[in-house]
Design a protein around this ligand. Structure first.
Ligand SMILES: [Fe+2]
Ligand SMILES: [Fe+2]
Length: 151
């Protein structure tokens, strides 16, 4: 699978996990905490690896103003998600505040995924060769493994 396929696979997985989180009953404390951590950790790894292997390369290769603006918008959305995740780690997982912030994270991530699969992947296909997209696949997977997440 090329990098865009692998990214899409992560997106589908995280969207399904968010839905699972939404469907948990009021007494599912342990499951909720574990699932929230799983979602946040996978987002941290995904976003960072995506920047290292795809965004940074696209930024080097793209001279078009519109494309560069869209790319910086995507980086900024990662930055905002990362800040929200940091804040969630400092919030009591059983509180209403946590649930509110987590729901805001879900909305932001769903929006970001939609844009990314739309315009970022579109110009990745324009700017990069098929071979490059293939080669970036394993790089993306190994970059994810290198990224540390909080305990
Ligand atoms: Fe992504
Ligand atoms: Fe992203």
């Amino acid at each position: 699978m090329d990098i865009l396929g692998l990214i899409k696979r992560d997106h589908d997985e995280v969207k399904a996990l968010f839905k699972e989180f939404e469907g948990l009953g009021p007494n599912a404390h342990v499951t909720r905490a574990k699932l929230a951590k799983k979602i946040m950790d996978s987002l941290v790894k995904h976003d960072e690896a995506e920047e290292q292997t795809l965004y940074d390369l696209l930024k080097e290769r793209t001279e078009e103003t519109d494309e560069r603006v869209k790319l910086f918008e995507a980086y900024t959305e990662h930055e905002m998600a990362s800040a929200l995740i940091k804040s969630l780690h400092e919030t009591d997982g059983e509180s209403e505040e946590f649930l509110g912030k987590f729901s805001a994270l879900q909305e932001a991530v769903e929006h970001h995924i939609k844009d990314e699969e739309g315009y970022v992947h579109k110009f990745a296909r324009e700017v990069l060769e098929k071979d490059e997209l293939e080669q970036l696949g394993p790089e993306f997977e190994s970059a994810k493994k290198q990224i540390a997440v909080p305990n």
